[in-house]
Design a protein around this ligand. Structure first.
Ligand code: NAP
Length: 306
């Protein structure tokens, strides 16, 4: 199979970069995959497990002669990394990223990039609560969405090439503008994570009262929250600091709805609760019909944890 890019540089070697490397290899999409990470430990692990073809000590070395550079670091670190790599980029190269927030990344990275380099931000809507160089797997993006967020005057050919890469990695793709992306993700990912963090935090406070009953009798609802709330603290801190407006907007609406449900419980308004839960159940069906989750009970876990 002919590679789409002769050389791809991955900056950051965690869950997303590792999964991209393995998926690109699976489909023969890159002539060579070069990678680097901030810490010597991560670079050593990546080299040891052969996560990429070549690990470099510096960002400058990694991006030299790369046709595609993918920024796979936390959103808050993107600007500094862009400044460091900018003087070493090959003319005509494409720079993309995988950050969970788009407007802030465009503002932080865009100004550093020289003329003649194509900047096409992107966001794969796939992840797990694991992080680091050992957490990646080739199937992560299969049948999931990757949103491409081109900036003004994006070269259509460079965009088509990046889109081809993501589709051959296994993802479905869609083009979206940055503000819309940030609002959609505030609803579908960012606010739900905040709610999960809060619920687990509340339970943790309670645990001190009930002496570990929360852990011992952890049922599906709480357990599912804990999985989400185990996500990387750096990544999620940066998400909320950089997608502030959209998250606050959705949190405002969430609080209003929560008050309405609280009132229904207090007043014994069973009809309100029943109607509400009927509506939300239909959303779960829609996600399953769209092929974005399994219809198996308990997410297909199979084995019941006692
Ligand atoms: P990860 O597994 O924690 O890996 C992050 C990588 O970035 C590591 O190699 C780390 O280097 C490096 N890094 C951390 N802080 C840095 C800094 N200040 N300067 C330079 N490098 C730094 O993270 P990930 O899950 O792959 O996430 C990477 C990006 O993908 C984030 O922007 C995130 O928003 C986005 N994303 C994540 C998910 C998800 O569910 N995880 C999904 C979609 C998109 P060291 O290991 O040396 O510390």
């Amino acid at each position: 199979m002919t590679p789409i890019y002769d050389r791809v540089a991955l900056i950051g070697l965690g869950l997303i970069a590792g999964s991209m490397s393995l998926a690109m290899r699976r489909a023969g999409l890159a002539g060579e995959i070069v990678g680097t990470a901030r810490s010597a430990d991560t670079r050593a692990v990546a080299a040891e497990i052969g996560l990429v073809d070549r690990v470099t000590d510096t960002v400058a070395e990694a991006v030299t002669d790369a046709d595609l550079v993918v920024l796979c670091v936390p959103v808050g670190a993107m600007g500094d990394v862009a400044a460091e790599m900018a003087p070493h980029l090959k003319p005509g190269a494409t720079v993309t990223d995988v950050g969970s927030v788009k407007a802030a990344v465009i503002a932080a990275v865009g100004p550093h990039l020289p003329e003649g380099v194509h900047f096409i931000p992107a966001h794969p809507l796939a992840g797990t609560e694991h992080s680091g160089p050992r957490s990646g797997f080739a199937e992560l993006f299969d049948n999931r969405w990757t949103l491409l967020v081109p900036v003004e005057n994006t070269d259509p050919e460079a965009l088509a090439r990046l889109r081809d890469l993501w589709e051959r990695i296994g993802a479905n793709t869609e083009v979206m503008d940055a503000d819309h992306h940030d609002l959609v993700l505030a609803v579908t990912s960012h606010t739900p994570h905040l709610i999960a963090y809060t619920m687990v935090g509340v339970a943790d406070d309670l645990r001190r009262v009930t002496d570990s009953e929360v852990i011992k009798y952890s049922a599906a609802g709480f357990r599912d929250f804990t999985r989400i709330a185990a996500s990387d603290p750096t990544m999620w801190r940066d998400v909320f600091l950089t997608n502030k407006d959209a998250t606050l907007e959705i949190l405002g609406r969430f609080t209003e709805e929560l008050f309405a449900l609280q009132r229904a419980i207090r007043k014994g308004d069973g009809q309100h609760l029943f109607d509400y839960f009927t509506r939300t159940r239909a959303i779960r069906r829609g996600i399953i019909e769209a092929g974005q989750d399994t219809s198996a009970p308990d997410f297909g876990r199979g084995v019941k944890v006692k």
